[in-house]
Design a protein around this ligand. Sequence first.
Ligand SMILES: [Zn+2]
Length: 298
Amino acid sequence: MSSYFSFSKTPKLSHTEKVEELKRRVGGDLPSDMLPNGDLDATLVRFLVARSYHLDEAEKMLKKTLQWRKDNRLGEILKKPPSDKVLADLRATIPHSLHGFDKEGRPIYMELTGRIDPELLKAKLTKEDIVHAHLWMMEYQVRMLMKRASDRKQHTVDSMFNILDLEGISMSHISSHMLDIFKAIAKIDQDNYPEQLGGAYLVNAPWIFSTIWSAVSVFLDKRTRSKVQVLSAGAKQKKALLEVIDADTLPEYLGGTCKCKGGCLSGEGCTHPEGKTIHHIAMEEDLAKVVSGEVVLP
Ligand SMILES: [Zn+2]
């Protein structure tokens, strides 16, 4: 009996075959400036995972990203840092730092989200300033930070772990200006940097956060939402953090033992008993070397 059904069936590809097929569909390669650790296959996998291994969808997403990178000259952005004024205003209005690596080797981004002053932010920084600085930081992650993380682990590390501290958060944090910025950044990240967020813990959440979360989470797709854990101060939060991060990398105020000089958010790192500076990720110094030409990126 000739099989009508098998004739109409599309061949079922394994995940590995889908990676090869996606590679073929984009011409066998991708620009090196979008590959953390230069790892083409790992990048293709991230696009496939973001589209639940639907090949056509992943191809569409990847081709859109390629066009977006071209249109926005992402390959050159590291040579065009935000102005010193914008950087100073960002540090003053959004306390944040890159602080060591988690147990899986993912770089840790920490932010005191609840301490952001929405009024000051609006007065000092435009949405364009913030989006540009965000892209600059994302490209730093892709091209420099993840290379370092991968060298440490001897395999490709292409995602981050975020700790956003919600202490002090209020309804003023979901002003239309703040939501507008959040929405723009969430869209950029979800459309163009798939799976670059490994996980996010929103810590010290006050009771009011459930209202704020309903306003904010509508801008996040299901996959992103599934990576976010909301925690409130206490033993459970400390336990959850210590499962992901070694005690000596976790700031003291979150239940760890790290005491960086100037505080863990200063970004200065701290001195290991052996005299080595640890937890210090020198983003601005690294990027100054790119601008001066001392470091040439692949
Ligand atoms: Zn520290």
